[in-house]
Structures are given as C-alpha cells and as structure tokens.
Design a protein around this ligand. Structure first.
Ligand code: SF4
Ligand code: SF4
Length: 215
C-alpha cells in the first residue's frame, strides 16, 4: 500500500485500479482498493442484504444451481413473490455483516454469481465517475440497470400471468422462469455488444480512513 502526502487540504492519496467488465447481464466493476478497503473494518460496504431478482435466478439456475441452493439455505432470508434477500447479521462491532462475507476470504461468490448491486457498486470515496474517459462506462451501467429492470419486470409479469410466484410455489416458479428466460431473454442485446468488453483505468484519490471513508 502506497500512501503519499500531497498537502494538508487533500490528505494522503492512493492509486488503485478500476476494471469494467462487459458481460451483458452479468457485467461487473472490479476495484483493486476493496481488498484493502480504507474503511479498515474488514468488510467495507459488505454490510448489505444481497437481493436477488428473476434475472439472477435465471443465470444461477442455468450456470450454478448449487449457489442457488446455498442462497436459499442461509439462516436468515426474506422471500417475497418476485425477489428474495439474504438478510445481514449483527456483527461484533455493533454494525452488520453480509452472511456471505468472511473475515478470511471476503465475499464467497465469484463476481458473476453476485446480484446486481454487488456487481455494480463502488463507493463514493472512490469517485470513479469523475474520472476522465469513464463516461462511456457510466452510460453503459445506466443502460444496463434500466435493461435489467425491464427484463425483471417482463419475467415477473409473465410468471404472474401464469399464476406463479416464488413464495407460494417456488418449484414451478423456478421451472417456468428458466424456460421463459431461455426462450425470450437469453440473448445479449446489440447495444451491449457495441461497448468494449473490458477496460482498465488507474485512479488516484485522496484517502480518508475508518469511519471517515465515504461509503
Ligand atoms: S467501501 Fe469502497 S473501497 Fe471499500 S470495499 Fe466498498 S467499494 Fe471497495
Ligand atoms: S454478496 Fe458478496 S459482495 Fe455482496 S454484500 Fe455480500 S459479501 Fe459483499
């Protein structure tokens, strides 16, 4: 870790890498600062309740059904008609910790197995969208967020029209969700293909440590 004093008004600065990965509905943002988060509480922003929607279920059903089983077997979950969340637990520090986060290894999931907030979120402390040349990625992730909402809405409506919801009939809900997704939504939209597949940026930002770091 390199810390460099740049003046009393700015505080120490650090360089880190941001890598944007365009993988259609499984796109994600990688930030090299996260493994040594300035928050210094060994969890950074992972005090969250990951929340899964139909596009997540469809991907996991087809690619990692065992991950879906783990998600639904966690000790505290909330299951609603169209989405479910894995509820964070009280942490030793009096705050909370995501059930998938451990002190030793961080998040237990590979990025493509995470839900969308966990794949897109980078804290305001990193101020990534202010960097020159990154505007194209802001546009990409804004479009992707809107597209994902559209697909989730369409899947939920179709399942509802078939009289299905996750709470009352999960087996049939997942069976038909997989079929509908494969038939109607398992393509990569053309607008997505028009963006680069991957791009790396090196950012340098003033740091604050502990609770001063902006989450
Ligand atoms: S708070 Fe920021 S630096 Fe820390 S883990 Fe979260 S995104 Fe990464
Ligand atoms: S699922 Fe992973 S990335 Fe998301 S809050 Fe939990 S530990 Fe963090």
């Amino acid at each position: 870790m390199v810390k460099e004093l740049t003046g009393p008004e700015k505080g120490p600065e650090r360089s880190f890498e941001i890598v944007f990965h365009n993988l259609g509905l499984r796109s994600w943002i990688e930030c090299s600062l996260c493994s040594d988060c300035p928050r210094e509480d060994a969890k950074g922003c992972c005090y969250y309740n990951p929340t899964y929607y139909p596009t997540d279920f469809a991907y996991l059903l087809a690619n990692a059904p065992e991950a879906l089983e783990v998600i639904f077997s966690m000790p505290r979950i909330t299951v609603l008609e169209e989405y479910m969340s894995v509820d964070r637990l009280e942490d030793k520090d009096g705050d909370f910790r995501c059930q998938f986060h451990s002190l030793e290894g961080g998040c237990r999931w590979a990025p493509e197995l995470r839900e969308s907030v966990c794949r897109f979120y980078v804290c305001p402390g990193c101020s990534i969208w202010e960097e020159e040349g990154i505007g194209i990625w802001k546009e990409f992730f804004d479009r992707l967020e809107a597209y994902e909402m559209e697909v989730n809405r369409a899947l939920s409506q179709e399942l509802k029209a078939r009289g299905l919801d996750m709470k009352s009939n999960p087996v049939e809900y997942f069976k038909q969700l997989e079929v509908i997704f494969k038939a109607d939504w398992s393509f990569e939209p053309d607008w997505c293909k028009a963006y680069p597949r991957k791009q790396k940026f090196i950012l340098k930002r003033p740091m604050r440590y502990g609770k001063e770091w902006k989450l």
